[in-house]
Design a protein around this ligand. Structure first.
Ligand SMILES: [Zn+2]
Length: 346
């Protein structure tokens, strides 16, 4: 990505660099007009200026409501089952490495079914979930009985120090306003030898949509799904190494999108939509009541022959078959759709 080099209004939250390449103008709902700057040192692109904590909380709630209402109950059930199977697959992958986690923390747990999949493999785990959104926490506590913490992961929470064997952040780190303090916190909250597992979009491909609209038409894009960080595969790994993590598993997958031109081609159909300044308050005040009515029945969702007692081998095979990635590429070359990481606190 090329563009005008600017002095950022705030230093890079990953490496502290003050210079960036401006790659787009964006609107975050009707809450903030801002720009995306790509760091000239670590390659991570971020909103500049970044959102305030208040704006993030509001936008996240509006998005949660909008997304819940957009997806049918059927789709939500399918997603829950899919996340359960991914949890099973992930749990077996770490069991293979002789890991046996007891205390687990998930940041931004969504429906909580990924953790249910982990618990299927490790029945003795103790689960805590952290989210900024009370609705998400109440659902997780009522549906699964998890302990909950209402906070953003940037908050220093001393009571969590050295507590967890595993911390999970699936599709979360692209949403956090201060990635520097989040990675420091994850490190502090893990026990020595604990694992940090995340998935996050390939930032280059993700930011491409905004970049090409700005480059070709100078237009402001809608910041669709509240992403505020766009990670560079190399920059993200280097950041984790600086914070003393070591790499266990790190790859990207789903190359189809790159073949279609995302991250490479200046095509109109790949552009992010033009900003409509979507009204966050409308969802928060008018629509929230409709979300509360959605009920997911766990027995119903997990009513699959291979998830019945005594069928662990079948479950293991099916979850592997459906969710193992066949083609894995080094994230440092910034292709692929999503980055998968497992890092260890030594
Ligand atoms: Zn940087």
């Amino acid at each position: 990505m090329e563009g005008e080099q600017v002095v950022r209004t705030e230093p890079c939250r990953s490496c502290g660099e003050t210079k960036g390449i401006k790659i787009s103008n964006v609107d975050y709902w009707d809450l903030k007009h801002t720009a995306i700057a790509k760091c000239i040192t670590c390659g991570t692109a971020q909103l500049d200026p970044m959102l305030s904590e208040h704006e993030t909380a509001k936008g996240c709630l509006a998005y949660y409501i909008e997304e819940s209402l957009r997806s049918s109950v059927d789709e939500q059930k399918k997603n829950a089952l899919r996340n359960f199977r991914r949890g099973v697959h992930f749990a077996y992958s770490i069991r293979k490495m002789k890991r046996n986690p007891i205390e687990i923390l998930e940041l931004g747990p969504g429906s909580g079914y990924f953790l249910q999949g982990i618990q299927f493999v490790f029945p003795q785990v103790k689960i805590t979930v952290l989210d900024v959104n009370r609705e998400v926490l109440d659902f997780n506590s009522a549906q699964h009985g998890y302990a909950t913490i209402q906070a953003t992961p940037e908050h220093t929470l001393d009571e969590l120090k050295n507590r967890f064997d595993l911390i999970i952040a699936r599709d979360i780190i692209e949403h956090v306003t201060d990635i520097g303090s989040v990675i420091k916190n994850v490190y502090a909250w893990l026990k020595p030898g604990g694992l940090f597992h995340f998935i996050t979009p390939n930032g280059h491909e993700d930011a491409w949509r905004f970049y090409i609209r700005y480059k070709a038409k100078k237009e402001t894009s809608e910041l669709l799904i509240n992403h505020v960080n766009y990670f560079d595969g190399n920059g993200l790994a280097e950041h984790l190494f600086r914070e003393k993590f070591t790499e266990v598993d790190y790859y990207t997958y789903k190359l189809k999108t790159a073949f279609r031109g995302r991250g490479r081609k200046m095509k109109t159909k790949l552009m992010a939509p033009v900003s409509q300044k979507r009204n966050a308050d409308f969802y928060i005040t008018k629509k929230i009541g409709e979300v509360r009515e959605i009920q997911l029945n766990k027995q119903d969702i997990l009513n699959k022959w291979y998830l019945k007692p005594g069928r662990q081998n079948a479950a293991r095979f099916i979850c592997w078959y459906k969710h193992a990635e066949w083609i894995k590429v080094d994230p440092r070359i910034n292709v692929g759709h999503e980055i998968y990481g497992v890092f260890e606190k030594k």
